[in-house]
Design a protein around this ligand. Sequence first.
Ligand SMILES: Cc1cc2nc3c(=O)[nH]c(=O)nc-3n(C[C@H](O)[C@H](O)[C@H](O)COP(=O)(O)OP(=O)(O)OC[C@H]3O[C@@H](n4cnc5c(N)ncnc54)[C@H](O)[C@@H]3O)c2cc1C
Length: 403
Amino acid sequence: MAGAISPRALVIGGSLGGLFAANLLLRGGWDVHLFEHSREDLVGRGAGIITHPELFACLARLGIAIDGSFGVDIPERIALDRSGRIIGSLAVKQCLTTWGRLYELLRAAFPGDRYHLGHTLQRVDAGTGGVAATFANGVTARGELLIGADGIRSAVRAQLLNSARPHYAGYVAWRGLADECTLTPSTHADLFPKFAFSLAEREQMLGYPVAGFTRSTRAGERCYNFVWYRPADEHRALTALCTDVNGRQHDMSVPPPLIRPEIVEAVRRAADDLLAPQFSEVVRRAPQPFFQAIFDLESSQITFGRIALLGDAAFVARPHCGMGVTKAAGDAMVLDDALRAADNDVPAALLKYESARQRFGSAVVAHGRHLGSYLEGQDTGEAHQHHTAEAVMREIAVTREFV
Ligand SMILES: Cc1cc2nc3c(=O)[nH]c(=O)nc-3n(C[C@H](O)[C@H](O)[C@H](O)COP(=O)(O)OP(=O)(O)OC[C@H]3O[C@@H](n4cnc5c(N)ncnc54)[C@H](O)[C@@H]3O)c2cc1C
C-alpha cells in the first residue's frame, strides 16, 4: 500500500489477545493503536501456559524467534494416587511457557508509541465509514476497525451484546509456583520434568515445570506450576474467598498479596489431607498461592459491522482445554487472513471471521464444560468418566481439532 494512507485499527485491551491482533495487523499495513486500561505494563497474570501448534504458528507469522528460554519441554504425563504412588503414565510431548514470557515477546514486537496505557474504554460509536472509541480520560480515537480484546468483562461486548455474561462454573482454580530447589529430592525426581495429576473427590490437581522466578528454563532454576480445581459454592465459599485482608469484597479473584493468610493456610492443610504428598509439598513450598474463579462465556455474535470481539472477550472456555491463549492467537490469525483476503473491506472480512471463530469458540467452550462436568458436581456416568487417572492424562489440555 505504498503511497496510500493506511487504514487505522483500534485495539482495546493490551494483554495477549490484543497484542496478537495488534502485531499481526501492523505487519499487514494497518495503522494500529492499542489502548490498555492498566496504567502500568501488565505483569504476573497467572503462571504457566500450555502451548499448542497454532500458538507457535502465530509467533512465527510475527517473526518472533523461539529459543530454549521460551519454555520447558515435557516428555510425559503421570498420575499419582493419594499415597504418592505413580499409577499411570502417558507419553505426551508439550512445551510449557508462562504468561509473562509471552507478554514480554509480544510487547517487544509492538512499537511502544502505539501502546497506550491508562486508557479505559467507555463507549464505542460506529457509523458506516468508521468507528470511534471514547475513553474515561476524555480521549476519543477514530478508525476503520475496532477490536475488542478487553477480556472476560469486555466493555465492548457489554455495550453491543449485553446478553452474553460469564457463567460461574461452581469451582475455583488455586494456582502457584514452587522453586524446584525447595523440593525434596524424591518429590523432585517424581515431578521433573513431568506433567502430573492427583485426583480427589470433586477435586483435580495438576502441575508441570515452567521457567523459574529468574525466568530461567535451565534445570535447577525452574519452578513447578500447579493448578488445583476445588469446588466453591458461589454464595458462601466464593464470597468468603473473595473477601480480602481489609474486608473488601472482590469479584472473581483477589490480588495475591491481599488474600487472607488463614485462607492460604486452610488450602495448605487441605493439600496435606487430600492430595498425593508430592503435591502437598509443592503447595506448601509455593510462596504465594492465589485463586481464580472458573467461568464459561459464550457470545451469540462476535462481530458488529466494523467491530470484532477476540480472545476472552468473545469466548472463555474452562482452562481444562488449555486453549485460552492459543484461541486468542488463532482468532487474531483468522482475522488477519480475512482482512487480507477482502483487501481490507472491513465489514466483509468480519463476516468471514464471525463464521469461522463463532463455531470454533462454541466448540471449545462446550469441550471445557464436558471436561469440567464432574468438578462442577454433575453426578452422571459421563461426568465421572472424565475423572479417572487415564482420562485426565488423555484429555486435559491436549492438542485436538475442535471444528
Ligand atoms: C486457572 C486458569 C488457567 C489457565 N491456563 C491456561 C493455559 O494453560 N493455557 C492457555 O492458553 N490459557 C490459559 N488460561 C486462559 C488465559 O489466561 C486467557 O485465555 C488469555 O489470557 C486471554 O487473553 P485476552 O487478551 O483475551 O484477555 P485478558 O488477558 O483478560 O486481557 C484483557 C485486557 O483488556 C484490558 N481491559 C479490560 N477492560 C478494558 C477497558 N474497558 N478498556 C481498556 N482495556 C481494558 C485488561 O486490563 C486486560 O489487560 C487459563 C485461565 C485460568 C483462569
